[in-house]
Write a protein that binds this ligand. Structure first.
Ligand code: SAM
Length: 287
């Protein structure tokens, strides 16, 4: 099996560190994003599903519910902390139709044509070669199998302003704008649709959902930012400059507070769907 790239390992290490608090600091974010993905993939009872980059199960858990006891969901993730935490959540929930494995999304070690649907939420842009990963994911689906991936669209001005406080500290590879959607294949709907189409998927379509992240105050935003991938940005700031960065963030967010003190930041999430072609009737190959 191909070993993960250094970049993938270092991303996975960040997610190891956030695993204990990920998606559990009182901000509805990954779960509402995932729920829309699962709804649109319309899993049916008895189907076999794969969640690539399963994290703490925002996609996997609702998928397991939808495919029911006669179906199955497999989750893969490269962060062992995520895998261990999700495995214990699966056990605690008594789910017998889900399992998780420590694997690289760039080179999954799974049987070809063994899944009816594949979901991957907020993962593709982390991979060193998204087109190559998508070709591998294509092979894992049965003919006719569905894929759905989420990526980020535009954010509101306050969201951009707080994120940009980190920009002077970020190394070149973290300045890669694919995650923020301003350049490259993740910059717009057509870019992600092309990725799917070049991997062989058909019937490609995009839809969007605006997610509002609601914070009690600026401190709550800081707590949240340490609990997900943005932690990597904090870790790029020298410790002695943290107070100054926090003060600048508090200044920006105070302008965004409503009269009750609550801060709402808005992010558009992009959903891209496709399907592995089915064989033409009477043909032995794929259409
Ligand atoms: C932003 S989180 C999303 C997690 C989950 N899909 C959700 O919606 O909450 C990204 C996830 O991708 C995983 N990840 C990043 N690079 C990966 C890779 N090369 N292979 C497998 N998982 C990876 C991270 O460990 C993390 O759990």
């Amino acid at each position: 099996m191909t070993p993960p790239s250094d970049r993938s390992r270092s991303i996975a290490q960040v997610f190891d560190r956030v695993a204990p608090t990920y998606d559990s600091v009182g901000v509805a974010w990954f779960r509402p994003i995932a729920e829309h993905l699962v709804r649109e993939l319309a899993p049916r009872a008895g189907e076999r599903a794969l969640d690539v980059g399963s994290g703490r199960g925002a996609v996997l858990l609702p998928l397991a519910e939808r495919v029911g006891p006669t179906g199955h969901v497999t989750g893969i993730d490269l962060a062992s902390g995520m895998i261990e935490a999700l495995r214990s959540d699966i056990d605690a929930a008594g789910l017998t139709n889900a399992d998780v494995r420590l694997q690289d999304a760039s080179a999954p070690d799974l049987d070809p044509a063994s899944f009816d649907l594949l979901a991957s939420s907020l993962v593709l842009f982390f991979l060193p070669d998204p087109p190559a990963a998508l070709r591998q994911w294509f092979d894992l689906l049965v003919p006719g199998g569905r894929i759905g991936v989420t990526t980020f669209g535009p954010r509101d001005q306050n969201f951009i302003a707080v994120d940009s406080v980190f920009t002077p500290f970020l190394p070149q590879q973290m300045l890669d704008a694919r995650t923020s959607g301003t350049a490259g294949p993740f910059a717009d709907d057509a870019g992600v649709e092309n990725l799917l189409s070049e991997a062989g998927f058909v019937d490609i379509r995009t839809d969007h959902l605006e997610i509002s992240a609601v914070f009690r105050d600026a401190e709550h935003w800081v707590e949240w930012s340490w609990s997900h991938g943005q932690r990597a940005m904090w870790e790029a700031v020298p410790q002695e400059q943290h107070p100054q960065v926090r003060a600048e963030i508090a200044r920006i967010l105070s302008a965004a507070q409503d009269p009750s003190g609550t801060i709402t930041l808005r992010q558009q999430v992009r959903y891209t769907f496709g399907r592995r072609p089915s064989p033409r009737p009477g043909s032995s190959g794929l259409s």
